[in-house]
Design a binder for this molecule. Structure first.
Ligand SMILES: NC(=O)c1ccc[n+]([C@@H]2O[C@H](COP(=O)([O-])OP(=O)(O)OC[C@H]3O[C@@H](n4cnc5c(N)ncnc54)[C@H](OP(=O)(O)O)[C@@H]3O)[C@@H](O)[C@H]2O)c1
Length: 290
């Protein structure tokens, strides 16, 4: 973390609306510094005008490697450091696995996975050199539980969780902390203008995912989760001596994860003997990684 005479420098992707913007506002309100990044930087100009000297607006489409490098360079050139990287930019794709086009699948992974990965790898050398910092990766309840109709989106968040879980252990010796944020349904543009609905809808899947497909769109503007409260929870976690690896947000997310943990445990127990009986005879079982 920055020393007490400095404010921490946050770099937030997708600062135009939703969680990214709300978190940026909360961080700025408490006197810290933010590199606000957006595909259209004019969307954050009101914040750079309101908080001069503690803000920098950067153009960043996370799928553009040149922009990724440029924004990190600008942040370091302007403020000398980055303390908190927030990989927030992302969106959801709705449709059964068979329905979503190849192009939409690749764009979903390019944004939610490769974008966050690229930025993380661009910022890590600075955090390692500082021997401090936080990386906040926006996953979802869908990064722990996959839902029929959101399988492509959930798979990107599962990927991000896999990366984050390993990364947290790789960088812990350097004083860098990784937090995976797993929101349930929060009132942002997620279910509205940002949502990609597959063009193809196959009649066979209608009884399976039809109701869910409708629900995801109908909750736009009605979601129970308040992004301002999510921002407070994230700041509380960043300020904590021992931040959680997973910060689940929303009772809906907590309930879904509880249910999954119970079902995974029940299945593991039911098939435990079959699982452990697969070793070569006489071999001593060791832990993964030795
Ligand atoms: N809201 C929820 O219920 C919920 C639940 C779980 C997880 N999440 C996660 O929360 C994160 C933020 O979403 P949100 O809910 O705040 O929705 P949002 O209001 O739609 O915000 C999404 C943000 O991501 C940006 N973005 C999308 N693609 C981008 C790209 N290629 N490069 C740079 N920025 C890009 C958008 O920029 P533009 O303005 O240019 O489109 C926007 O700033 C996402 O990762 C999402 O998966 C949301």
């Amino acid at each position: 973390m920055a020393n007490s005479s400095q404010t921490r420098v946050w770099l937030i992707t997708g600062s135009s609306t939703g969680f990214g913007r709300t978190l940026a506002e909360a961080v700025l309100d408490q006197g810290e510094t933010v590199v606000l990044t957006a595909r259209k930087p004019q969307q954050v100009e009101d914040l750079t005008a309101k908080f001069p000297g503690r803000t920098l607006a950067g153009r960043l489409d996370v799928t553009n490697p040149t922009e990724v490098r440029e924004v990190v360079k600008q942040a370091i050139a302007t403020f000398g450091r980055i303390d908190v990287l927030v990989n927030n930019a992302g969106y959801g794709t709705l449709g059964a696995i068979e329905e979503v086009s190849d192009e939409d699948i690749r764009r979903q992974f390019d944004t939610n996975v490769f974008g966050a990965l690229d930025l993380t790898r661009a910022v890590l050398p600075h955090l390692r050199q500082q021997r401090s910092g936080h990386i906040i990766n926006f996953s979802s309840v869908g990064g722990f539980v996959s839902f029929p109709g959101s399988g492509i989106y959930c798979s990107t968040k599962f990927a991000l969780e896999g990366i984050s879980e390993a990364l947290a252990q790789e960088v812990a010796p350097f004083g860098i902390k990784v937090i995976i944020v797993e929101p349930g349904a929060f009132r942002t543009d997620f279910s509205g203008r940002s949502l990609v609905v597959s063009d193809t809808q196959i009649a066979d899947y209608e009884p399976v995912i039809g109701q869910y497909r409708q629900w995801v769109q109908d909750i736009d503007g009605q979601q129970q989760g308040d992004p301002k409260k999510a921002a407070s929870a994230i700041i509380q976690a960043v300020n904590s001596e021992n931040p959680p690896l997973r910060l689940t947000l929303g009772a809906d997310a907590v309930n879904a994860i509880d249910a999954k943990l119970k079902s995974v445990k029940a299945e593991l127990d039911a098939w435990r003997q079959v699982a452990v009986d697969t070793a070569f005879e006489g071999v001593t079982v060791s832990a993964i990684g030795g």
